[in-house]
Write a protein that binds this ligand. Structure first.
Ligand SMILES: N[C@@H](CCC(=O)N[C@@H](CS)C(=O)NCC(=O)O)C(=O)O
Length: 201
């Protein structure tokens, strides 16, 4: 989702191949043996297989909203890796507790909350994580916060105390960027499938 958001905000477009993670096409594994999505192939020669690097690549081509501004002043990787690694670890065990250890569901939620509080504390009076508008932080982090809400929306809306983050999430899910990014694509199965583009042309 963060990769798609960066494409949207960069006003670029690319061919998109939606694959099933339960049935990864051979062409995908051959291209990227690591087997995670998203993967960006550039001109058939250069491959980027980390979402944060795809975000930076698109925004380095065109960044009309100056989403990369925090990169000049912050070590953005620090916060983003905290979300990608530690937060994601607890999120998965909270959201899919029945596939892990259901008795630890709430302790994973508590750990996730501690991490999110670091972000809440970074949100300034302006209501954003950096400066006075959305930046690379929001496009990289909010998709995970949205997943955190989906795990238990009633608890999130009523009990979760990070009010500034909740406000940004609420604003984000009502944006055109979010709606365009959420569009579902037909699963790609072979080279003979007709090409699909993001955003749609
Ligand atoms: N650090 C990677 C993580 C990517 C990742 O784990 N993606 C998940 C889907 S959201 C995946 O591809 N999982 C592999 C699988 O389920 O087989 C990135 O952000 O690019």
């Amino acid at each position: 989702m963060r990769a798609r958001l960066s494409i949207y905000y960069s006003k670029k477009s690319c061919e998109i191949r939606e694959i099933s993670l339960k049935n990864k096409p051979l062409q995908f594994i051959e291209l990227s043996p690591k087997g995670t999505v998203p993967v960006l192939e550039i001109n058939g020669s250069h491959l980027i297989d980390e979402s944060i690097d795809i975000v930076k690549w698109f925004l380095s081509k065109n960044d009309p909203h100056q989403l990369l501004l925090p990169c000049q002043e912050d070590n953005i990787e620090e916060l983003i890796f905290l979300i990608d690694k530690d937060f994601k670890y607890h999120l998965d065990r909270y959201k899919y507790s029945s596939q892990h250890d259901i008795s630890k569901k709430i302790s994973h939620r508590d750990e996730a909350v501690k991490i999110v509080e670091c972000i809440e504390n970074k949100i300034s009076e302006s209501g954003y994580i950096f400066g006075n508008k959305i930046s690379i932080y929001e496009i990289c982090i909010l998709p995970f916060i949205r997943q955190f809400r989906i795990a238990d929306p009633i608890w999130f809306d009523k009990e979760f105390q990070c009010v500034k983050l909740k406000a940004i999430l609420h604003e984000f899910i009502n944006t055109e960027a979010f709606k365009v990014t959420m569009k579902k694509y037909k699963e790609w199965k072979s080279e003979t499938d007709s090409a699909q583009y993001f955003p749609e042309i």
